[in-house]
Design a protein around this ligand. Structure first.
Ligand code: NAG
Ligand code: NAG
Ligand code: NAG
Ligand code: NAG
Ligand code: NAG
Ligand code: NAG
Ligand code: NAG
Length: 832
């Protein structure tokens, strides 16, 4: 069979090459006989009669002249073939194109005009067969491009010509040997924000199968191009005359077509001349389950990266209309509002959904002159309005939906923002209040990591210069270095220090002699370098500047402390280097830097999906439990915060920076210090105000961290329009109102476990309670992470929830940019 087809094709090719007349025009006196062809003047396209393999029917068709395998691009008489005969194409003296059988008896097909005086039909260089007055320029009386079959060629316009009512659409072939109209049609819906639709009649009645999404200024929004190939120029015209979509190739050497095949797949293919093949991997649609029109019903959103793919928009503001079917993964019924809108009361608000394919807009109104703010106002003033959005990707124009939102899908990136109208009770963050996000450029977060690492080391030196006094027992004790020896009963002397000592030359070589290129960052206290040991292991080298006041003994003690701690959620010290004046600590290198660089970065936060965040929370919990209870020593970290959580290549969290850590003995539960070290926003009230620190002050910082991870917001930092509100008080008020799910970072979208999120929020709130004795120990925290939410105790008011932190007015930091204060570990001495 295949061989037969090839033979047929060869025969046709043979005919073309032997009988090409080289003409591109027919006139009333010069018709086109069956064995003749027209060839466009550039030689690219050929028009002639063909008979599909396995058929007795003869059709007038268009194909590429230079591609040996005949590829039919257009068929004039697709449902009116010449049967059991060959055909003749002629043009009447009035301009009517006709196809007759070879006896010139019966007209099987005709098109064109009846009002011309000196007509010609010409095959243009674009492959368009046109009828016009001979010698006339400009308009055509008729053209093949207005009657495509299943293929869109460059320069062809698919859409609606408003003045003539012409509706240019493409319909698939019925079968491989029958070009008559099949089951799938692509056409333009000019209503709302116009877009292309794919309809199927395969099931009897016409069904929408897929829609292209509206033109976003660059491409059709619902079908982002996956290829970076620059060879196409797409255009979309929407004016009084026409609503059309078309494309051109950037260069005539590119041969490309867009075909709708028999099973309803629209595909762009490009001819690769050097391999003599068509390549299919440019673009096609529908691509995945979520491309199926309306799969998740009204107010449902389809996310191809989760299972099941359907999710209600803005859950829990919208909930499944038919939960039973929804459970069975049938989303067709869609979702309904939890709380009715209150248009008359004027209390409705909007929630933003990001990275979406905007819903079908046939019933919506589009006004390209409105800004987004005016769009919002327009929506609020129309009680039928359900949502609004910018019409274009660049934020211009306004689309207002006035019926149910259908066929929304989510993208990982790309897509547009949709503002969905919800009742006041369901508003997460009112979009009128824009949240000025502090954008952390990679440079500044790099600096922050380095600064906090090095500050930690320096502060340890500072601490040990002071004599600490225990408030309750008036027992005088020494700082971290001395208490280390107390706690370990002198067991951790220099002798059992099992830490590799690196030779200065090795480290210098590994960092390319501390070259600028290998520098990860520079703090006020010395640089940190990236190195490679023996060309295999990546390391981070913290080199203390000569000017550092940290003495030799303190340096070694810090080293000993970290070396003794080994846990997969603590950063690992690989060794040190002490040579002459040089002091260096060598750590494992963390390719993903620190958590804050992701969490508080507008773009990178998208990489933190819920599963990753939850894993980070679990890891930090394990690490802190180890410090507090499970290691040989009991250690209070004292500076737990997002920038001290480093992330390895798999995004596993590792607690770092033990510069301020303190070891406490078996019977000691808390310490009092005159010198408060820590970080704004993470310090417990009793520590910040009274200098009392204990495991419970670490638990407080842990709670803040958990809430930050869930919400993607800093505890301190511009959070709402009222600068007096921090994350803790926001979380607390949402909790009290039973709306804590709204705390979850909106960049996570819908892909998160509600149960895990609420558990984390409740846990976070329990950890930041005002009174230390109310906060759980880390061992209870671990239990709660795996127990029933209902069995967890009820949190009380968090510390610092309702008032400003005591240090906000002053800053001991020497940084000039106040937005960076958050990241800097501060050190403060109480007055004597
Ligand atoms: C084409 O067919 C016609 C008759 O249908 C015949 O007279 C003519 O010679 C043919 N031309 C070629 C080049 O075969
Ligand atoms: C074409 O020829 C076949 C057999 O050769 C015949 O069965 C069929 O009816 C013919 N069709 C027409 C339209 O004449
Ligand atoms: C064409 O004409 C010839 C002779 O005049 C006749 O035998 C043949 O059947 C005709 N063909 C068709 C398709 O009418
Ligand atoms: C254009 O044609 C398609 C299919 O033939 C049809 O479904 C659609 O309604 C038409 N559009 C207009 C505006 O006539
Ligand atoms: C067209 O593209 C071909 C190969 O892609 C290139 O060699 C040629 O220079 C291009 N021509 C123009 C006019 O850009
Ligand atoms: C249509 O295209 C799709 C995707 O390339 C393919 O899977 C399918 O087999 C094609 N259908 C036909 C009838 O060729
Ligand atoms: C448009 O409105 C009509 C009438 O209310 C409704 O039947 C239809 O489903 C709506 N279409 C869309 C896409 O919302």
């Amino acid at each position: 069979m295949k061989r037969l087809q090839i033979r047929a094709i060869l025969l046709i090719t043979l005919l073309i090459t032997t009988t090409t007349f080289g003409k591109d025009t027919i006139t009333p006196t010069q018709p086109l006989a069956n064995n003749e062809t027209l060839v466009s003047s550039n030689g690219q396209y050929t028009l002639g009669f063909f008979t599909p393999a396995g058929s007795n029917n003869c059709y007038l068709g268009l194909w590429y002249s230079k591609i040996a395998t005949q590829t039919i691009l257009w068929v004039a008489n697709r449902d009116k073939p010449v049967t059991n005969s060959t055909g003749i194409l002629s043009i009447t003296s009035k301009g009517s194109l006709t196809i007759t059988d070879s006896n010139s008896t019966a007209v099987v097909w005709s098109a064109g005009s009846t009002g011309l005086t000196n007509p010609v039909a010409q095959l243009l260089d674009t492959g368009n067969l046109v009828v016009r007055e001979d010698g006339g320029s400009g308009s055509y009386a008729w053209q093949g491009f207005h009657h495509p079959t299943d293929t869109m060629l460059p320069g062809m316009k698919v859409g609606v010509f408003r003045t003539s009512g012409l509706n240019v659409s493409m319909t698939s072939w019925k079968s491989d040997d029958d070009p008559s109209p099949g089951s799938y049609t692509t056409f333009m819906d000019p209503r709302g924000d116009p877009e292309l639709f794919l309809y199927s009649t395969a099931a009897g009645s016409a069904n929408k199968v897929w829609r292209s999404g509206a033109w976003n200024g660059v491409e059709l929004s619902g079908s982002p191009s996956s290829s970076s190939f620059q060879g196409f120029v797409f255009s979309f015209v929407n004016n009084d005359q026409e609503v059309t979509y078309s494309y051109e190739v950037a260069n005539n050497s590119i041969v490309s077509r867009l075909v709708i095949n028999r099973t309803g797949v629209l595909r762009r293919t490009v001819w690769l001349g050097d391999t003599n093949q068509w390549t299919n991997d440019f673009w096609y649609a529908p691509k995945d389950q979520c491309d199926s029109y309306g799969l998740c019903g009204p107010y449902g959103a389809c996310d191809p990266n989760r299972s099941p793919v359907c999710k209600c928009l803005l859950e829990p503001a919208f909930t499944p209309e038919n939960p039973a079917n929804w459970q069975l993964r049938d989303g067709k019924d869609g979702c309904i509002r939890r709380t009715p809108l209150n248009c008359i009361g004027g209390t409705d608000g909007f929630n933003k959904v990001i990275n979406v394919k905007l819903p079908e807009s046939a019933n919506s109104t589009v006004d390209m002159s409105l800004s987004l703010d005016q769009c919002r106002a327009g929506c609020l003033s129309n009680c039928a309005c359900t949502a609004y959005a910018s019409a274009r990707q660049d934020g211009s124009g306004c689309v207002i939906w006035v019926s149910a939102l259908v066929d929304i899908r989510l993208y990982v990136d790309g897509g547009q923002d949709l503002f969905v109208r919800v009742a006041a009770a369901d508003v997460v963050i009112d979009v009128a209040v824009t949240t000025p996000e502090q954008s952390h450029k990679s440079k500044s977060s790099k600096l922050a990591i380095v600064l906090s690492l090095i500050l930690g080391v320096l502060l340890l030196a500072f601490i040990s210069c002071f004599v600490w006094r225990r408030k309750k027992r008036s027992k005088v004790m020494l700082g971290a270095t001395a208490s280390f020896n107390d706690a370990s009963n002198g067991g951790a002397g220099e002798n059992d220090l099992d830490l590799p000592l690196f030779d200065f030359g090795t480290i210098a070589a590994s960092t390319n002699h501390f070259s600028e290129e290998s520098k990860l960052g520079e703090g006020g206290f010395g640089p940190v370098y990236k190195g490679k040991l023996e060309d295999t292991q990546d390391i981070a080298v913290k080199r203390l500047a000569r000017t550092s006041v940290q003495g030799r003994e303190e340096f070694k003690n810090e080293m000993v402390l970290i070396a003794k701690l080994q846990h997969r959620n603590l950063v690992r010290l690989l060794g040190c280097c002490i040579q002459g004046e040089e002091r260096m600590l060598i750590y494992e290198y963390m390719p993903n830097r620190s958590l804050d660089a992701f969490l508080f970065d507008k773009e990178k936060v998208a990489l933190l999906d819920w599963q990753t965040r939850y894993r980070i929370i679990l890891g930090v919990t394990r690490g802190l439990l180890y410090l507090h209870q499970d290691s040989r020593f009991r250690i209070i970290h004292r500076d737990l915060k997002a920038s001290n959580i480093l992330l390895d290549k798999d995004m596993n969290p590792k607690i770092s920076d033990f510069g301020m850590a303190r070891i406490f003995g078996g019977d000691e539960t808390d310490f009092n210090t005159r010198k408060v070290v820590g970080t704004y926003g993470y310090m417990s009230p009793e520590y910040a105000m009274d200098g009392i620190f204990s495991v419970k002050s670490d638990v407080f910082s842990y709670g803040v961290l958990v809430l930050e991870i869930v919400s993607g917001k800093k505890n301190r930092g511009v959070y709402s329009n009222s600068s007096h509100v921090n994350l803790l008080s926001h979380a607390w008020s949402l909790w009290k109102e039973g709306k804590s799910i709204q705390l979850v970072d909106e960049s996570i979208g819908y892909s998160f476990s509600m149960d895990e999120a609420i558990r984390c929020i409740k846990l976070g709130l329990l950890c930041v309670q005002e009174r230390p004795e109310d906060r759980p120990l880390m061992s209870s925290v671990v239990q709660m992470l795996f127990s029933d939410i209902a069995l967890m105790p009820h949190p009380k008011q968090p510390g610092f929830a309702a008032r400003r932190g005591p240090f906000e007015a002053e800053s001991s930091s020497n940084k000039k940019d106040p937005s960076d204060v958050n990241d800097i570990t501060i050190s403060m001495l109480e007055g004597r």
